[in-house]
Ligand binder design. Structure first.
Ligand code: KDG
Length: 305
């Protein structure tokens, strides 16, 4: 492992969030974007985290820089793009769950190119984390992620990937081709069960973790919603149960799992213990509205456990 000054470097798009208040017509502002959420969750567990992204020179971009500063996240690789904007999304709630509406087309992050990547920061992190969403937002963002994976591999940096399938952003066949190719290069695979069923065509969690181990992952954490998570390495596998909490909004729960899990792995924890901690963090993150506000700190997770 390289001599790392960061535990985790995330790559992707932050999105300003407007989250509908349950039973009401108004929306509350907040912060979202899967990889930004992951970065915040990891930072709240005490990890040294950096973020590679681009935001507009606008109010939302300023707000994100303020958030990351407050959370102690390294923003030296955040680009400001005067000619484009920071993305926005709405979370609407109904009896069927939550639904996302995006206003992100042409956003600053979607204009990232491989030349924007900070090679020296990628080589100085323990884990690089990115996602299917980061590749779905534009062709140049997709190429940027592939180039980041190549740089990380060359430097012996562990790669973590959450497919985070969003069929509003790209068709399933393209998503499958790109995500499988990216996940061939990753050592930590963090799929959610519903995404993984669609992407792999498999139904059984055991078969799905085998699929990702066969692609080359050293650790697979397949999140199963209320049933917890199936963690697998080539030698061992274990289902870690979820925690019962009074859940009001699951937005960002998967990202919280990712961030807490990666923070624990980067600190040397084994994947099964890391998943126990991350399950608790993800459960706590569903007890309040929005992606970021209810994300727990390390001490809140430890108190809960
Ligand atoms: O997991 C929550 C994220 O999905 C949300 O914050 C927005 O990144 C997002 C997306 O594109 O769906």
């Amino acid at each position: 492992m390289p001599d790392a000054s960061l535990d985790l470097l995330c790559l992707g798009e932050p999105l300003m969030e407007l989250n509908q208040v349950r039973g009401a017509k108004h929306y509350l502002p907040g912060f979202g974007g899967d990889t930004s959420n992951c970065a915040v969750a990891a930072a709240r567990q005490g990890a040294r985290v950096g973020y590679v992204t681009a935001v507009g020179e606008d109010t939302f971009g300023n707000a994100f820089l303020g958030l990351w500063k407050t959370e102690g996240i390294d923003t030296s690789c955040v680009l400001r793009t005067p000619e484009s904007h920071t993305g926005l999304y709405l979370v609407s709630h109904s009896e069927d769950g939550h639904e996302f509406s995006y206003f992100r087309s042409g956003s600053a992050t979607s204009r990232l190119t491989p030349e924007d990547l900070p090679e020296n920061r990628i080589s100085a992190t323990r884990i690089l984390h990115t996602s299917g969403i980061s590749q779905a937002i534009s062709t140049s963002a997709c190429d940027t992620v592939f180039h980041a994976l190549e740089l990380a591999q060359q430097q012996g940096v562990r790669i973590s990937y959450d497919p985070n399938l969003r069929l509003k952003l790209w068709p399933l066949d393209r998503a499958r081709a790109v995500i499988h190719e990216a996940m061939r290069q990753c050592s930590i695979a963090l799929p959610g069960i519903e995404d993984a069923k669609l992407l792999t065509g498999l139904e059984q969690p055991k078969a799905i973790v085998d699929f990702y181990l066969n692609l080359g992952a050293e650790v697979v954490a397949l999140t199963l919603g209320p049933e917890g998570v199936l963690v697998a390495t080539p030698e061992q596998r274990q289902q870690i149960p979820g925690y019962q909490v009074e859940s009001v909004d699951t937005t960002g729960a998967g990202d919280t799992f990712d961030g807490a899990f990666l923070a624990e792995l980067a600190s040397g924890c084994d994947p099964f213990a890391a998943a126990r901690h991350a399950n608790a963090a993800a459960a706590l993150a569903t007890t309040g509205y929005g992606a970021v506000v209810p994300m727990p700190t390390r001490s809140q997770v430890e108190t809960f456990l």
